[in-house]
Design a binder for this molecule. Structure first.
Ligand SMILES: *Cc1c(COP(=O)(O)O)cnc(C)c1O
Length: 394
């Protein structure tokens, strides 16, 4: 049976490893390396000449078999040509953008973007003389009207951080390509398993591997996955920026990857159960989750993705801050903290209106973001129920 015929749940257990190269050991070895020794000056020179080719081993920063193993698995799973492991999800985003912009360029970034991406554009890109225009995440093909002659790229993220709007990525990609711009997608939420970004027209996909790939809240990692057309440019920029990742963190990501399909199934199922329960609560005005049929992004989600994961938000009816804090502070199973994608549940109060510039966020009440972990969903519901009781008694 040719390997490409396996389902992706099977592939995720196979990709990027080859035990027969390694005494039969199941998992790839963890190479700790800076210096790579060459047999001769001639060999050193030959490898330097191909240092930007895929798989060249030249110096620790530029990759080892441990790193290539994860890069190859990530690229193949999503349908890209090649991938790069970098220091963090944010490092993947900034490296991808910096691969393509120069002074005088313009980029378009969704107003629902992960907030540190915005801070990078507003600070570093502004200092470089690259202008950013934020656009309505729901813009679809109308993005065409915002593309200028110097627009180099369009940055997308679906669903949006904290607010979970779905973007019409195929329509945006078409408009971008018609005018010579390229498309980057932050695909962290759906992962390569539930969103084949390249099939939607995306040129570069970026991930916080920190989230579901690592899956256990114990390592930071970014992944950049590209088409063949853009591989070389990103490889060079990754080199110039000194981007790399530590071997032990890469190993944790490889280990996480093997169980990602089965973990995501549970995250998905528990999250839908809890989201539906929240829809029945009188304290809750709206649940923001594209896999719910009532969600405005549901049709796009159904068209473009094959599953949903554990992160979503809900909007409370108007509630005083002290009452929200009484709920959140004493939850037993939801930690208060940044990041997500681990086995544990998290809760985070958030105020999108303080971040946006292109669109107005004037929801009817405060927003809480949840990450649903791998605990029993009935326990998670009981914990929230007790929290709502504390909230109401304030
Ligand atoms: C967390 C996150 C990032 C950043 O990843 P880090 O590894 O924390 O730098 C980027 N995009 C999205 C959507 C995220 O949730």
């Amino acid at each position: 049976m040719p390997k490409r015929d396996f389902s992706q749940d099977t592939k995720i257990t196979q990709l990027g490893r080859n035990p027969s190269d390694n005494h039969g050991v199941v998992n790839p070895p963890v190479y700790h390396a800076s210096t790579i020794l060459f047999d001769s000056v001639e060999e050193m020179e030959a490898r330097a000449a191909v240092k930007f080719d895929k798989g060249t081993i030249n110096y620790g920063r530029q990759g080892t078999p441990t790193i290539f193993s994860l890069e190859n698995a990530a690229a193949e799973l999503e349908g890209g040509f090649g991938a790069f492991c970098v220091s963090s999800g944010l490092g993947a985003i900034t490296t991808a953008i910096l691969s393509f912009v120069e002074s005088g360029d313009h980029i378009l970034v969704t107003d629902s973007v992960y907030a540190p991406t915005r801070l990078f554009c507003n600070d570093v890109l502004t200092r470089m003389g690259v202008e950013t225009t934020y656009y309505d995440p729901l813009i679809g093909s109308d993005i065409e009207g915002l593309i200028q002659p110097n627009t180099r790229l369009i940055f997308t993220e679906a669903p949006g951080s904290h607010t979970f709007e779905m973007q019409d990525i195929p329509a945006i990609s078409k408009a971008a390509h018609d005018k010579g711009a390229l498309v980057i997608m932050d695909n962290t939420w759906a992962t390569a398993l539930y969103c084949k970004s390249f099939d939607l027209g995306v040129d570069i996909s970026v991930h916080a591997g920190t989230k579901y790939v690592v899956g256990h809240s114990d390592a930071m990692l970014g992944l950049i996955i590209t088409t063949e057309e853009y591989y070389q440019k990103v490889k060079e920029t990754t080199f110039h920026l000194g981007q790399c990742s530590g071997p032990d963190d890469v190993y944790l990501a490889q280990r996480g990857l093997r169980t990602m399909a089965v973990r995501l199934k549970q995250h998905q199922q528990s999250t839908i159960q809890i989201a539906k329960w929240l829809q029945t609560r009188s304290e809750v005005s709206r649940v923001l989750h594209p896999a719910l049929p009532e969600d405005p992004g549901h049709n796009i989600w159904q068209r473009d993705m094959t599953g949903s994961t554990g992160l979503f938000s809900f909007i409370l009816n108007p509630t005083p801050k002290a009452a929200i804090n009484a709920m959140v502070n004493d939850l037993d199973l939801y930690g208060i903290g940044y990041s997500w994608g681990g086995y544990e549940s998290l809760i985070l109060p958030s105020n999108p209106s303080s971040i946006r510039t292109a669109t107005k966020w004037d929801a009817e009440g405060p927003l809480l973001r949840l990450h649903i972990g791998l605990e029993d969903p009935d326990d998670l519901i009981r914990d929230l129920e007790a929290g709502f009781a504390r909230m109401s008694s304030r």
